[in-house]
Every structure is written in C-alpha cells, then in structure tokens.
Design a protein around this ligand. Structure first.
Ligand code: CA2
Length: 154
C-alpha cells in the first residue's frame, strides 16, 4: 500500500517479511491482534504526520525483499524493516541494506530476546541504525519517528 497524501519530506519504505501477512489471525499472545493492514495504516499515518509518505510492501520471498530494498535507491529516505524469520538467516537482505546506504531501522513486534535462542541473532542489526524489539506494532511508529528525527538532523 502506498499513501500518497503527503510526500513533502520523501518516502519511507516499510518492508514486512514472511508470514507477517498472517498478523492478527493467530498467535495473538505473541504478536497481538493488529492485522498487517492495521500495521500499514499505522505506518502511513505516522509517516504522514511527520511529512513523509509510507510505501508499504510485504512479501514471503527473500528475493522480493532484496529487490524492494534495491528499488528504494534514489526513492526512499529511510527504510523500516521487519524481515520476519529472514532476520535470523539472510545474508542477502543484510547485503542489500548495506549496499543501498539508506538509513534503516529493524523492527520486531515480539521481544525476540525472550523467545527461542535462534531468534536472538539478527543478520540485520549490524547494518541498521536502530533496532526496536518487543514494543508491539507501536515499534513501526517509533521507527518512523526515529528516522524522521534523524533525517531532520542530516
Ligand atoms: O517479532 C517479530 O516481529 C518477528 O520478526 C516475527 C517473525 C519471527 O520469525 C521473528 O523471529 C520475530 C514471524 C512472523 C510470523 O507472524 C505470524 C503472525 C501470526 C500468525 C503466525 C505468524
């Protein structure tokens, strides 16, 4: 979903990875009750409030996420990414983030450090400006606020 209402300060790409299309349908104790559409609306409203446009993309495919990051070059001022399980496996997404030099914030809805040990390692954290975990879907709003603040100071 793209929100075209306000693009004064540019676009923030909001990327969601595998299985996040199932948000709100199962596992509410871990991920809450908000749906992906709710998350994208929250991101669009947060971006618009701060003078940006949110370009929201969800894919279950690693290469699609890599392509979306590449396509952000010259278009997006910042990236918010919840790469889902690819967080813990994907050197390709890490290299894409590092290759485009766009300030990126990694978001996880759940507190990955309170869960299985494998979720405690992220390939993306070292190439991200900030990491927000365990704040629920509010994490997307916090990430956009962080990027807006950072871009205002750049
Ligand atoms: O906490 C997060 O945001 C995660 O990125 C979510 C991923 C998980 O693999 C990461 O370790 C942490 C999984 C998203 C799956 O979302 C579902 C939502 C409802 C029902 C089933 C899956």
């Amino acid at each position: 979903m793209t929100n075209d209402a306000s693009a004064g300060r540019g676009t923030i790409l909001v990327l969601n990875g595998p299985n996040l299309n199932l948000l709100g349908t199962r596992e509410p104790a871990i991920y809450g009750s908000a749906t992906l559409a709710d998350v994208e609306q929250l991101a669009a409203a947060s971006a618009e409030r701060l003078g940006f446009r949110a370009d929201c993309i969800q894919s279950n495919h690693e290469g699609d996420l890599v392509d979306a990051i590449h396509e952000a070059r010259g278009k997006a001022a910042g990236i918010v990414i919840n790469a889902g399980a690819y967080t813990h496996t994907s050197v390709a997404i890490r290299d894409a983030i590092s290759g485009v030099s766009i300030p990126t914030v990694e978001v996880h809805i759940s507190n990955v450090h309170r869960r299985e040990e494998f979720r405690g390692h992220s390939y993306l954290s070292a190439v991200s400006e900030a990491v927000i975990v365990g704040a629920g879907v509010k994490g997307y709003e916090l990430a956009i606020e962080f990027l807006a603040d950072k871009l205002a100071r750049a």
